[in-house]
Ligand binder design. Structure first.
Ligand code: PHE
Length: 339
């Protein structure tokens, strides 16, 4: 028995295995139920008791060596055969589609880019606000309709916790925390209690701007806005300012640009007027400066605010506002841009 084991050990050590099939045949030959080594374990029962210990150890050793050699060869050949080195296994199986930026983000970034070229930086603030930053500091009388339940979403029963209806609230925050000169853009989402339709939504996006310094004039405002309109809609774009009213600016104006679809000749988009309104603006009311701790005898300022959806509609002729928030990839995939 001892000799048999020794011979087999030598035989197994000398084996050269060249394929998975060979390994499988050897497994059957030595280790299967009817294999040579398995048969030795059956013979082991007849070994005299005093030799059992020694022979048992040798037998176990033989089985371990044979199993290791044959099974590891089998595994190695199996993996080698299935790996085709001409393929890149780190690549994902599905092509990864590159995303596109949301059209509102593209346009918002473009607006920021244009104004940053004339010295504006970005300021942001919370969407859940208090009455003072949204209305109080901005010269809204207590009974002003914009504070009404019909326009403003209140977050709690406490009327002091509300969703901002414009990003002018960020301007209040900047003016109370920074000394002039101030030149900021306030982009962000705003909320108004409106019925959702193709032309109105209960949330939308604004970019507002504020410039406060010594000797800021209406001419500065007009020049900055003309620069913006030309950069955004093209060199031939004309602007027109119409008198308007906002509680926080005096004088106030609304700005139209020459219709960029018909070039000002008149079309259904501009209702045959040749002009489309794009923003509100004006000189910061001295009451607002004073409420925010800025000396209105020393400083003046201008402010403007525009809806990003409106500008995006003009650039891309999106007819239905709801498209912006429906996340339909067929719509979103049409927008590829550097911004
Ligand atoms: N806050 C105004 C709005 O939401 C826009 C505006 C900003 C008008 C600054 C004038 C000056 O409609």
């Amino acid at each position: 028995m001892k000799e048999k084991i020794a011979n087999l050990m030598a035989e197994i050590n000398a084996l050269a295995i060249n394929s998975a099939d060979e390994a499988e045949n050897l497994r059957i030959k030595y280790l299967s139920k009817k294999g040579i080594i398995t048969a030795l374990f059956n013979d082991f029962r007849e070994v005299p008791n005093e030799q059992k210990r020694e022979i048992g150890q040798l037998l176990n050793q033989l089985r371990t060596v044979a199993t290791d050699k044959i099974m590891s060869a089998k595994e190695n050949f199996a993996t080698v055969n299935s790996v085709d080195n001409s393929l890149d296994y780190t690549r994902s199986s599905d092509p990864i589609a590159l995303g596109t930026r949301h059209p509102l983000s593209i346009v918002k970034n473009e607006i920021i880019d244009i104004f940053s070229r004339i010295g504006f930086t970005v300021a942001e603030g919370p969407e859940v606000e208090d009455d003072w930053h949204v209305f109080g500091a901005l010269n809204f009388p207590p009974e002003h309709p914009a504070r009404d339940m019909q326009d403003t979403f209140f977050v709690t029963r406490n009327p002091d916790v509300l969703l901002r209806t414009h990003t002018s609230s960020v301007q209040s925050r900047v003016m109370t925390s920074q000394e002039p000169p101030i030149r900021v853009l306030c982009p962000g989402r705003v909320y108004r209690n409106e019925a959702i339709s193709a032309r109105a939504h209960c949330f939308f996006h604004q970019v507002e701007g504020l410039y406060v310094d010594k000797n800021v004039s209406f001419a500065d405002l007009k020049q900055a806005l003309l620069y913006f309109a030309k950069e955004m809609f093209g060199e031939d774009t004309k602007i027109r300012l119409r008198p308007s009213y906002f509680p926080f600016t005096e004088p106030s104006a609304e700005m139209d640009i020459s219709c960029n679809l018909c070039g000002g000749k008149g079309c259904s988009f501009c209702k045959h007027t040749g002009w489309v309104e794009i923003l509100g603006c004006g000189m910061v009311d001295p009451n607002v400066l004073e409420a925010c701790g800025i000396d209105s005898k020393v400083y003046t300022g201008y402010a403007f605010g525009m809806g990003v959806e409106r500008i995006t509609n003009l650039k891309y002729q999106v007819k239905d506002l709801r498209m912006f928030s429906e996340n339909d990839v067929r719509f979103l995939q049409q927008f590829e841009s550097a911004y």
